[in-house]
Design a protein around this ligand. Structure first.
Ligand SMILES: Nc1ncnc2c1ncn2[C@@H]1O[C@H](COP(=O)(O)OP(=O)(O)OP(=O)(O)O)[C@@H](O)[C@H]1O
Length: 276
């Protein structure tokens, strides 16, 4: 497999070096979220992620996995707590500064969120929007360097032959690889993946999980993944977070996840767990 060098613009190189020294890419301090200002959907969430770590969040339906993941880049505003990403408290940022910080956080969705009528290449280049002025974005003005980066990422993900296909002509697994490529073209430090394999068959799921693991290992990008499949989490993760009713019940190495822990995390849903 070829290796892609994801060089950041010079002005950000200093930040990158700093984060290597500190190693912690993301820290959540006492995060809570209520949608109606009455019930807390997630609460007391403390979490630290290191550079290049692969971490899975597991838990029953409605435990708050998506809510937690989307609070991290403030797609959903947390009700309280602090989010320190890449040395910056992003809970305190205004819109413009948040937009800048978000360029370093890629997101991968269960239903891909691609523009079906556009090509693979165009969808991937959309990942550069955060670096553009509104006008440049609307006009689709991308540099040669950005186009080369998009192509090299697509090649790495095995999508070279599909570059000029419309996205509605792709299989689910291929669409998800486009979703990953769009996130990678942002040159992120953190990749948030919200149930990336929930709509895929086992073979496509394996391809996607292998790519995500490779991204954390060879590119040093921190990957945080919501999963329904406990066995997939066990196989791929450096660390597993177990959520139940919005509280963190488990945060440790996969080998330390006992049957008792699984029962505590899933409660009555334990019999419905998905195993490949
Ligand atoms: N925008 C919203 N407004 C109100 N309630 C919401 C909203 N989004 C989620 N919820 C509620 O928050 C709770 C947690 O939902 P969330 O999607 O975060 O859980 P999850 O663990 O990701 O579930 P699943 O595995 O089924 O996707 C659920 O009770 C859900 O109904």
């Amino acid at each position: 497999m070829s290796t892609i060098t994801l060089e950041r613009p010079t002005e950000q190189a200093v930040t990158k070096e700093t984060s290597v020294v500190t190693e912690t890419v993301l820290e959540l301090r006492n995060i809570a979220k209520s949608y109606d200002m009455k019930t807390l959907i997630i609460q007391d969430i403390d979490l630290q992620l290191k550079q290049g770590e692969f971490v899975s969040i597991i838990g029953p339906s409605g435990a708050g996995k998506s809510t937690l993941l989307r609070c991290i880049n403030r797609m959903i505003e947390p009700t309280s707590g602090d989010i320190i990403f890449d040395g910056t408290n992003i809970t305190q940022l205004n819109k413009a500064s948040l937009r800048k910080q978000r360029t370093k956080i890629g997101m991968v969705f269960q239903h891909y969120n691609l523009v079906s009528r556009l090509t693979v290449f165009e969808n991937v280049l959309h990942g550069r929007f955060g670096y553009k002025s509104t006008l440049q974005g609307i006009l689709g003005l991308y540099t040669e360097e950005e186009k080369m980066l998009a192509l090299s990422i697509l090649e790495k993900l095995g999508m070279k032959e599909h570059v000029y296909k419309r996205c509605d002509q792709l299989s689910g697994g291929q669409k998800q690889r486009v979703g990953i490529a769009r996130a990678l073209v942002q040159q992120p430090k953190l990749l948030l993946c919200d149930e990336p394999i929930a709509s895929l068959d086992p073979n496509s799921s394996k391809v996607i999980m292998d790519h995500l693991k490779e991204i954390s290992q060879s590119m040093g990008i921190t990957v945080l993944v919501n999963l329904h499949q406990v066995d997939v989490a066990l196989k791929y993760s450096d660390r597993i977070i177990g959520l139940n009713r919005g509280s963190k019940l488990f945060d440790d190495l996969p080998k330390r996840l006992s049957q008792m822990d699984i029962h505590n995390i899933y409660g009555a849903e334990v019999d419905e767990l998905i195993f490949e």
